[in-house]
Design a protein around this ligand. Structure first.
Ligand code: LMR
Length: 396
């Protein structure tokens, strides 16, 4: 008899999903989940967006056959993804539908592995927990570059630039296009210009993760980094996701975009990526992508969606201000005012692992041990609980 599975060492737990599971298992009624990057509305519910509901009703009404979707997704979907990223489809780029942002990163990683198996992949310190794990699992050596400056709650740009400058030519650099996860600290437009020039000069391969377009300053504003790379003529990759912006987390709707040096090269990378998808999951799912496609290509639904995205962005910003002002007042000197300047769903609050553990144990308020807080889960009804838990933990 084979003993295939008995010797498997315990697999490392993903800190985000493991804590999310612990939250689900917590029986306390007043518990609060500030762990996972999911937006909740003012009533604490994960919203079903109005535009998406209308698209879904129309879609279901058609009762279309559930045949295979093209391996790369449909052309209107792929064009709509590029229009959001680049302002209009970019002829030297090709896009394939992917299984959310994570699936997009994985397809991109596999393409890179086929082309540059020995490249190092540089990831910001800190970064989304799954970045390192995903690129390591794809067979890459993963290295760090400095990013967060705990003293200011912003970006250690000098440290970042020096580290990127020192990477061997051909290294892959994972960059958060907007709304850095987990810190919420973004580069300024000037800093982006420097990074784009640096990547071009040093022959690095930028891989942008764009999971939060529309949650920072706006759909167009949040595309600045992608557009600067597009203008530069460099080759680069973009993993993008509609999980957050369409509140369609479970549908796994995303895309991987390869910006090549020419249309001919785009066709080559397209064929390679398509092959890698075919031997992995074959074809992407239809439902979520069809809804996104309908919303993005129907002017009235598109306008409604943009308004809803704006509402989400503004509500997060209000919660940021409330949280920052209140904590700053209660605990001056801990630098909580940075929460106001950070962007997107998360903030690196400066809470220590011991404080995060105390918040969980005493109040059932769950945040990552790194101090990352999902500001997008706060509302008028629960922010008091969150603030009290943070304060109590800080007071020991
Ligand atoms: C997060 O960072 O919480 C989200 O991106 C969800 C995830 O997949 O980890």
């Amino acid at each position: 008899m084979t003993q295939l599975f008995s010797g498997i060492p315990a697999a490392p737990l993903d800190p985000i999903m493991a804590l999310n599971d612990a939250f689900a298992a917590d029986a306390r009624p007043g518990k609060l989940n500030l762990v996972v990057g999911v937006y909740s509305d003012g009533a604490g519910k994960v919203p079903r967006l109005r535009a998406v509901q209308q698209a879904e009703a129309a879609w279901l009404g058609k009762a279309l056959p559930k045949t295979y979707r093209p391996i790369e997704g449909t052309k209107p979907y792929r064009d709509a993804v590029q229009a959001l990223l680049f302002g209009a489809p970019l002829p030297r780029a090709t896009t394939l539908q992917a299984l959310g942002g994570t699936g997009a990163l994985r397809v991109g990683a596999e393409v890179l592995k086929a082309l540059r198996p020995d490249a190092a992949v540089a990831v910001s310190t800190p970064s989304w927990e799954n970045h390192k794990a995903l690129f390591a699992q794809a067979g890459f050596a993963v290295v760090d570059y400095p990013y967060f400056d705990a003293a200011t709650g912003g970006v250690d740009f000098a440290g970042m630039a020096a580290a990127l400058e020192a990477l061997p030519e051909g290294s892959v650099v994972v960059l958060h296009g907007c709304c850095h996860n987990p810190t919420g600290a973004d580069l300024s437009p000037e800093q982006w210009r420097s990074v784009v020039a640096l990547c071009g000069r040093r022959g690095l391969v930028p891989f942008l993760d764009v999971a939060y377009q529309g949650f920072g300053a706006g759909l167009e504003e949040d595309a600045l980094a992608v557009r600067l790379f597009a203008e530069s003529g460099q080759e680069f990759l973009v993993a993008s996701s509609f999980s957050k912006s369409f509140s369609l987390y479970g549908e796994r709707v995303g895309a991987i975009t390869f910006a090549a040096g020419s249309e001919g090269d785009a066709a080559k990378v397209h064929a390679l990526a398509k092959r890698l998808v075919r031997v992995n999951y074959s074809n992407p799912p239809t439902h979520g992508a069809a809804l996104v496609e309908t919303v993005l290509t129907t002017p009235a639904l598109r306008a409604e969606w943009e308004a809803e995205l704006g509402e989400m962005r503004q509500r997060i910003q209000q919660m940021r201000v409330r949280m920052a002002d209140s904590l700053q007042q209660r605990h001056p000197g801990r630098g909580f005012d940075a929460i106001k300047r950070q962007r997107g769903m998360f903030s690196y609050s400066g809470i220590t692992p011991a404080e995060a553990q105390a918040m969980r144990a005493r109040h059932g308020v769950y945040a990552l041990d790194t101090g990352r807080i999902c500001v997008a889960a706060l509302n008028e009804g629960n922010i008091g609980t969150a603030l009290d838990a943070v304060s109590a933990a800080l007071e020991g």
